[in-house]
Design a protein. Structure first.
Length: 270
């Protein structure tokens, strides 16, 4: 079974899910995906703990990594903010939007604890030899089940993950169309084309997945996570100008630095 056919099949599965337009309708599939992701995280955590108990801390573990590795990690770590664009649509669809601030702060703290703890645990267990997709560290029949379930999780969470991209692009491209039916199917065609384009990009970038994610994080996630929130705060709220400008400056410096290190590492890998 050729790998390319797998990507085509995934694109065919994701295309109708991408046609969902209301966040409320995504609730069921998103919950299924979230549950599966939690199971996968738990399975990897158990495997890492077993690795530590059996073999101890990896001899490759160091307290301080080389600066170039830290910058590659910065681009990858900030990719954790990929879902930040969903904040406003989620608030608008909440039954009790007055609880949004508490929910946001609580979830950010929870994600910080999970990502930090999970990363440290995996690094202590497998060191620098850890595979880019950590699910590949699992072994036995359970590994195949977890990996298969995770594919289902990615499919289930696709509609809500891609929603902001589709909404922004469609408002710019199709808002002037008068006929509802033509506008609807133009949007559907656009969404299908984007889905297949992403599948093609994933196919060609699979060999350098870690660096590709770091580049995406540098170009897209740093502005979303650091620069744009500070700019919006200056424009809409005001106050704390020094902190806001400091964040903008840090973000503007991080983008070229991380991109330079990423492309340098990519060249060495090639």
């Amino acid at each position: 079974w050729p790998v390319g056919c797998t990507f085509v099949l995934l694109a065919l599965l994701l295309t109708p899910l991408g046609w969902i337009r209301r966040i409320g309708k995504m609730k069921t599939v998103n919950i299924v995906g979230d549950v599966i992701i939690c199971l996968a995280v738990a399975a990897v955590a158990v495997a890492a703990t077993h690795q530590l108990q059996t073999h101890g801390v990896s001899p490759e573990v160091v307290a301080l990594a080389p600066p170039e590795k830290v910058l590659v990690f910065a681009g990858t770590a900030v990719y954790a903010f990929e879902g930040i664009a969903l904040v406003i649509p989620i608030r608008e669809s909440m039954e009790k939007p007055e609880l949004f601030a508490y929910m946001l702060v609580g979830m950010m703290i929870l994600f910080m604890v999970i990502l930090t703890g999970f990363g440290i645990l995996g690094y202590l267990a497998w060191g620098t030899a850890v595979q880019t997709v950590v699910l590949n560290e699992l072994s036995g029949p359970v590994a195949s089940i977890i990996q298969s379930l995770y594919i289902i999780a990615v499919i289930c969470t696709f509609p809500i993950a891609i929603y902001p991209c589709f909404s922004i692009c469609e408002n710019a491209l199709f808002s002037q169309m008068k006929r509802p039916l033509i506008r609807k199917w133009s949007k559907n065609t656009f969404r299908a084309a984007v889905t297949f384009a992403m599948a093609a990009l994933a196919y060609f970038m699979a060999a350098e997945l870690a660096l590709f994610i770091s580049i995406l994080g540098s170009l897209c996630s740093i502005p979303l996570a650091i620069i744009f929130p500070a700019m919006l705060h200056l424009k809409l709220v005001g106050g704390a100008e020094k902190v806001s400008w400091m964040l903008i400056a840090i973000g503007c410096c991080l983008i070229p630095l991380t991109l330079y290190v990423d492309f340098l590492a990519w060249g060495e890998a090639s």
